[in-house]
Ligand binder design. Structure first.
Ligand code: UGA
Length: 441
């Protein structure tokens, strides 16, 4: 067990426990310790814990490892295995555990309730529980019931960080949302983020929980909108990149989150849109716009498969596709609900073989269950060798700088489907490739 070498907290410095060292818990713990608070991070997965104790980050996340190391070397951040141990003496306990999707689309709350019952007897008097996990409306009340502690207040504090820029997003969030019926407790939680200068929205717990889903559903709808416009651009011979410029200068629309792609994925947008539909159904209300965003997204992935089929000569029989990118977006090793994997599965089902490269995947990962349908290689050049179509599915910047004249000599057929509009189409055309982007020629 790590010993707490920390001095007694100074004024304004809080003792905080963070339960769960995942994509939300790790940056939360790192940034809170960076702000000077005394943080104990609980992670029950031995492998993750061991990596952390070696001063490394268990996830690919820019700047995270340095911040974790800094916290551990100053004694402001320590790691323990059990949540029960972490919460002893903590004024604030952040719940950052998984809320996976159940079969019916709703969020599975078993990790939250298990954590709540584990910590309940060990909480300090008057502790504040801060729920950062994405949960259906009413979960703050559920946590309070499981805790069964009249002296303990539970507060909703949804997290809006993006993978890949988690540290930067946590250091300077666009806003901080805190929801609780006890407004004083909410204000105390908001103070923890005081240094960021972000606007703070204090509301009731139900609204706060819904804000998280509404944010992700809005973003997902925005993406389906632009992907749909990209399809329309192709149908009428327009250029979606110029279209984005033309609409984005309108300040009410803006440029953010308007990059057309192979469809949206990751561990949040698909799960949270499905959960929002489930919440709405349970409340007897129809969020048809969100259902439309989800089906439009499935459609987008099928459109990409159709493009690859066209580039392969109309058939996948005896065709090998060279896939560049497997993670759900660049700068993360996360492949959960990755459009790249959904698309490669459709390609394999249609008869194609896949050779793939991703900067965060090595041949040592080949036995991972989600990669069973592809053959992975340690270099992009190896992956594309002998292939009939190159499908660029994740926007890793390094794919721009590959030597495409060398690749021209390696492939069986010079065709590129660039589902991220990453490449300079003129350049690859000049080298003799056929090129198909999204919403542009
Ligand atoms: C998303 C939200 O953006 C965060 O605000 C939220 O905190 C997080 O979910 C969460 O709920 O935890 P993240 O899943 O990291 O963050 O990924 P995004 O950057 O939102 O990307 C989601 C998907 O949309 C990816 O597949 C990405 O490639 C795609 N995307 C994004 C586009 O195709 N075009 C864009 O312009 C932006």
């Amino acid at each position: 067990m790590t010993t707490d070498r920390s001095p007694m907290p100074k004024a304004g410095v809080r003792r905080i426990a963070v339960v769960g060292a995942g994509y939300v818990g790790l940056p939360t713990a790192a940034v809170l310790s960076h702000h000077g608070h005394m943080v104990t991070l609980a992670e029950r997965d031995e492998r993750r814990l061991e990596i952390l104790r070696q001063g490394r980050s268990p996830i690919v996340e820019h700047g995270l490892e340095e911040m974790l190391k800094d916290g551990m070397s100053t004694g402001r951040l320590r790691t323990v295995r059990s949540a029960a141990e972490a919460v002893v003496g903590a004024e604030f306990v952040f719940l950052c555990v998984e809320t996976p999707q159940s079969a019916d689309g709703s969020a599975d709350l078993s990790f939250i309730t298990a954590a709540a019952s584990e910590i309940a007897p060990h909480l300090a008097d008057g502790a504040i529980i801060v729920n950062k996990s994405t949960v259906p409306v009413g979960t703050v009340g559920l946590i309070e019931r499981v805790l069964g502690r009249a002296d303990v207040v539970t507060v909703s504090n949804p997290e809006f960080l993006r993978e890949g820029t988690a540290v930067a997003d946590s250091l300077s969030p666009d806003r901080v949302v805190v929801g609780a019926d006890d407004r004083e407790a909410a204000a105390r939680v908001a103070e923890l983020f005081g240094d960021s200068g972000a606007p703070v929205v204090i509301t009731d717990a139900t609204t706060s929980e819904l804000i998280k889903y509404a944010s992700n559903a809005f973003l997902a709808t925005k993406l389906t909108f632009i992907n749909t416009m990209a399809g329309l651009c192709e149908a009428v011979g327009a250029d979606v990149l110029d279209l984005v410029l033309g609409i984005g200068y309108d300040k009410r629309i803006g440029f953010e989150f308007l990059r057309p792609g192979p469809g949206w994925g990751g561990s949040c947008l698909p799960k949270d849109t499905a959960a929002l539909v489930a919440i709405s159904n349970a409340a007897g209300y129809d969020v048809s716009i969100v259902r439309g965003a989800i089906s439009g997204n499935d459609e987008q992935m099928r459109r990409v498969v159709a493009k690859i089929a066209t580039a392969a000569g109309g058939t996948f029989r005896d065709r090998t596709i060279g896939v560049l990118g497997l993670s759900f977006k660049a700068n993360t090793g996360d492949r959960r609900d990755s459009p790249a994997l959904s698309i490669t599965k459709m390609l394999v089902a249609a008869g194609a073989s896949i050779r793939a490269f991703d900067p965060t995947v090595t041949t040592a990962d080949a036995d991972q269950p989600d990669l069973a349908h592809v053959t992975v290689f340690d270099s992009a050049y190896e992956a594309v060798t002998g292939t009939h179509v190159i499908a660029l599915l994740t926007e890793w910047q390094e794919f721009r700088w590959l030597d495409y004249s060398k690749i021209r000599g390696l492939v069986a057929n010079p065709a590129i489907v660039d589902a991220r509009n990453l490449l300079e189409s003129g350049l690859v055309h000049r080298l003799g490739f056929s090129y198909s982007g999204i919403g542009r020629s």
